[in-house]
Design a binder for this molecule. Structure first.
Ligand code: SF4
Ligand code: SF4
Length: 333
């Protein structure tokens, strides 16, 4: 991934250790979901459709830490639901940082003004604010007016306080190359976001809005046109090979075991986006999942998936396996 040098070196060391240990499947980053409840109701969201008794639950910090320790991933992305609604979220972040995990706290930003005092800037910590487009587009995506302005104010506040602030933007088939360019230019140039993550929306079976997800051909065309003359300029939080993949210049097999998801329900099989059951441990997830049966061309539910949780690990592994690609990725750092 085009990541800060310190994190790149840490990841390089981690990958080398896996290679020397002949570990075929290992986690790069865990998607940790310590709750499913949220203070928004976005139309494309597959998480807030959980039953009421699940939405009420909050994962104890000890349980989350035990899962992260067991799998050994160097990076943790805390999502949900809205993680800032978890009463011990600051304690969870502190304990992860104390173990030198790189922590990305994903949020819609609405609670940041109220909760930011509980957090301290650290090279191991970044906010990841959900921004799906400029004002009208974002507010439409989250089904509530005024959220874009609140998110932008929260980003500025966090940056003023010395935090690293990243963003995560999901694109739908209502987007055009120009809407992609407009929002990325705004985040990159106007807001000075540290690193930006992009994703074509995945068609969650449970999402209320099923009409606006992108197909593979549409995704490739959208990013190819949007990237023209811009890709090198934008501080994108992805490896060059994953960006090639989004543009259709490369293709990979899905390696969803590299970015596994742990939630209130356990380790989710096979990935953050699909739920074919849960296991108690990462080891069990690895050993009891038929990984070869997932991915585009194998499972119809994967047909339109180009999500980073399935294909960024593939891109990172391909980068590690090639000197030329490693140099290219290092240049991005
Ligand atoms: S902010 Fe995130 S978790 Fe909350 S409803 Fe929207 S997509 Fe779902
Ligand atoms: S292609 Fe991989 S990441 Fe995407 S939905 Fe299928 S298993 Fe999950």
């Amino acid at each position: 991934m085009a990541m800060p040098l310190r994190l790149s070196l840490r990841m390089g060391g981690y990958l080398l250790k896996q290679k020397l240990g002949r570990h075929e499947k290992f986690p790069l980053l865990v998607e940790l979901e310590p709750l499913f409840a949220c203070n928004l109701k976005c139309a494309g969201c597959g998480k807030i459709q959980q039953p009421h008794d699940v939405l009420k639950q909050r994962m104890p910090v000890e349980q989350a830490m035990a899962a992260i320790e067991e799998c050994g991933a160097p990076m943790v992305s805390i999502a949900g639901g809205e993680p800032l609604m978890h009463p011990q979220i600051d304690e969870l972040v502190r304990q992860l940082i104390a173990r030198k995990k790189y922590v990305f706290l994903c949020t819609n930003a609405l609670l940041m003004p109220k909760k930011i005092e509980k957090f301290t800037p650290s090279r191991y910590f970044a906010w990841v604010v959900h921004i799906d487009g400029l004002r009208d587009r974002h507010d439409e995506s989250v089904c509530k007016e005024g959220v874009f302005d609140e998110a932008v104010a929260a980003i500025k506040m966090a940056k003023e306080r010395g935090f690293k602030v990243n963003t995560n933007t999901t694109f739908f088939n209502t987007d055009t190359p120009q809407t992609v360019i407009d929002v990325m230019n705004y985040l990159n140039d106007d807001l000075g976001i540290d690193q930006m993550q992009i994703s074509p929306a995945y068609a969650y079976e449970k999402a209320p809005d099923q009409e606006h997800f992108l197909g593979v051909t549409e995704t490739r065309e959208l990013f190819r046109k949007a990237f023209e003359g811009n890709r090198k300029r934008w501080r994108l939080n992805h490896s060059p090979l994953f960006l090639d993949f989004l543009e259709g210049k490369k293709d990979f097999a899905c390696t969803a075991w590299g970015i596994p998801s742990y939630s209130l329900l356990g380790w989710q099989r096979p990935c953050y986006l699909m739920a074919d059951g849960y296991t108690k441990t990462y080891k069990e997830l690895i050993e009891t999942t038929d990984w070869d049966s997932y991915g585009r061309g194998k499972d119809p539910r994967c047909a339109n998936c180009m999500a980073h949780c399935g294909y960024e690990p593939s891109a990172v592994l391909a980068t590690m396996g090639s000197l030329k690609e490693s140099i290219r990725a290092a240049r991005g750092s």
